[in-house]
Design a protein around this ligand. Sequence first.
Ligand code: GLA
Length: 414
Amino acid sequence: MNRMSAAAMAAAAALMLAACGGGDDVFQPPGGGGNGPPTLPPPASAPALKTVLAAKYGVVDYPVGAAYEVVVTGAPTPDQGLLLKHFSSVTAEYSMKPDIIWPNAPGTNQPAAAPNFVDADEVYDVALLNNIKVRGHTLLWHQTAPTWFFANNPDRVTLSQRLCQYINAVVTHFPQIYAWDVVNEVASDTQNAANPYRTASPWYQAYLAAGVANPGFEYVSDAFACANTARNNAGRNSGNMKLMLNDYNTELPGKRANVIQIVQSLVNASVPIDGVGHQFHLQINADVSQVTAALAAVEAINGTLVNHVTELDVSIYADPGECFAQRTIPPCLADVGATAPQALLSAQALKYRELFNAFNRPRVTSVTLWGILDNRSWLNTFPVTRTNHPLLFDAAGNPKWAFWTVVDPSIAVP
Ligand code: GLA
């Protein structure tokens, strides 16, 4: 009888798995036990990310999300199949933002006659049809506020009426959404700021111009109060539709202090906020102990606030701070091109493993990646146009080392 070598047997097993389309919970270890560096397991042997993480976190149907848009034109891309296999939650990358849903009427400073839910409905309907939960993002963001909200020097009552009208229309249109980023990026970037709110926001400026004494607190409170009323109108409650404050850089102590100061003041005033969304747009050199500190700081405010990880990605570029101010190369790091050096992919993979371990806390109740495929990430044009590789799947839709380190605690990287 012919005896197969170990390598040949491993190859045959991999082929059989690939031919069978792979199992959800079985995959080959890398390297086939040989002496060479580990090699990537066959893509078809990848288990479903959502299944692995639900088991890891001990929560049935744990929401493991991705930012996504339904693309109805052009060639199909692998992200659709990956969404269905690996994810149990979705966030519309663009289509639920205020300037898309309710823009100005063309050429005017007035609102369009009616909201436009076409693209958002597509994301919502496709997700729910496929048993995928939907995270709402976002009801208020300084970057996507149509100017009709602020037209004709409104007083505070008018401002809050416009805001409530908008929020009520959107929240009641999507009653099954399990969490809304009610406000996005309202905290100041100035470290440990005395006024913790972002002042360069049309919302802040409009409340200020209306003579409101504490404009940041007041417009954010109004947004949450409106969202709470709208949630009731949608027949939902804080158990099944969370109202969240979402922001970036909470892993940096000076920015985190601002976010925590805001959330604490909202809680003190009994504003109906259920938790904090941490964007966690991270770099490969991120300090995961500071990620944990951000989650713990929210949990320390009271016994009920939850944390969501809302926009996770890990840039392979450890850019210096000046890169984000100047947005040129240098000081941003040079483009590595379409094929990232293995050392970066391995370091990124170990960072992702550390992060998903850090998210294993009872009050982290949702984790979302900001995209599925590396080549469709916003980080290919921000802070500069340059090929990035920040997600779990490469441009061809194959799981990267970053995927495998997350789903298999024992896997070694090259
Ligand atoms: C912020 C927003 C997201 C998205 C990203 C960049 O983080 O919250 O909606 O626009 O920027 O794509």
